[in-house]
Design a protein around this ligand. Structure first.
Ligand code: KIV
Length: 264
């Protein structure tokens, strides 16, 4: 298990090129408490909750109010990990001020420490404005799920020049870290080498400074088959199904509740 010192943005940055950073999503109090206890370095309250928790087909429908609602539950549970919250579509697109308004709400109302937004070069002025306002920003380049329609689906992004340009732009604008999603491993390795901030990979190979996964994928609690880059470390879907089937059987046969679970 990792050390108990609370993770901060500067400590996160200092892990560049050192011990790899382990990050995972959480959307509620109990899972956030469990992953924090397990020693995770950082938690992402991802807009993936639109798909994973709300059952939408994309991340686009989740609102800022809903992100704040989930982030607040997560922050209440966490003692050590850095908590980063996704700015949802399209709260930061209109202009940098709209991003500051959305991010300020997240920091003021949830006690989380940083925000993440999708985009590199085209979001540089926004990242710069947020950073100048004292709001730590994690960039996100490669596959950008909020642009799924423009990208034509959830595909590996292979334009190496654009990937590097976006990652460098995020760094220069002041991002403290950048997520690389669904990019070839050699491109991720190269970007990791040329950047001075930590890269966090998801479907980007082993050479990034850290990795992030959607918790539900990692524990096998999904409805759809997860992408190829996911490793499921448990099968919680089966555990839930089996437990509830047994419960149904025991209720129907009157085996539950037994004597030990009754009050006299
Ligand atoms: O929303 C999310 O879970 C994410 C990760 C896939 C990086 O952005």
């Amino acid at each position: 298990m990792a050390a108990s010192q609370p993770m901060t943005v500067p400590r996160f940055r200092e892990r560049k090129g050192g011990e790899k950073i382990a990050m995972v999503t959480a959307y509620d109090y109990v899972t956030a408490a469990l992953v924090d206890e397990a020693g995770i370095d950082a938690i992402l309250v991802g807009d993936s909750l639109a798909m994973v928790v709300q059952g939408h087909h994309t991340t686009l429908p989740v609102t800022l109010d809903e992100m704040v609602y989930h982030a607040e539950m997560v922050a209440r549970a966490v003692h050590r990990a850095l908590v980063v919250v996704d700015l949802p579509f399209p709260t930061y697109f209109a202009n940098p001020q709209s991003a500051i308004d959305a991010a300020a709400r997240v920091l003021k109302e949830t006690r989380c420490q940083a925000v993440k937004l999708e985009g590199g070069a085209e979001q540089a002025p926004t990242i710069e404005a947020l950073t100048r306002a004292g709001i730590p920003v994690m960039g996100h380049v490669g596959l950008r799920p909020q642009s799924v329609h423009q990208m034509g689906g959830y595909r590996v992004q292979r334009d190496r020049e654009r990937l590097e340009e976006d990652a460098r732009a995020a760094e220069q604008a002041g991002a403290f870290s950048v997520v690389l999603e669904c990019v070839p491993r050699d491109a991720a390795a190269h970007i990791t080498e040329v950047l001075s901030i930590p890269t966090i990979g998801i479907g980007a190979g082993p050479d990034c400074d850290g990795q992030v996964l959607v918790l539900h994928d990692l524990i096998g609690l999904t409805r759809e088959k997860p992408p190829r880059f996911v490793k499921a470390y448990a099968n919680v879907s089966d555990t839930i199904r089996q437990a509830v089937q047994t419960y149904c059987d025991e209720v129907r046969s009157s085996a539950f509740p037994d004597d030990r679970r009754c009050y006299e």
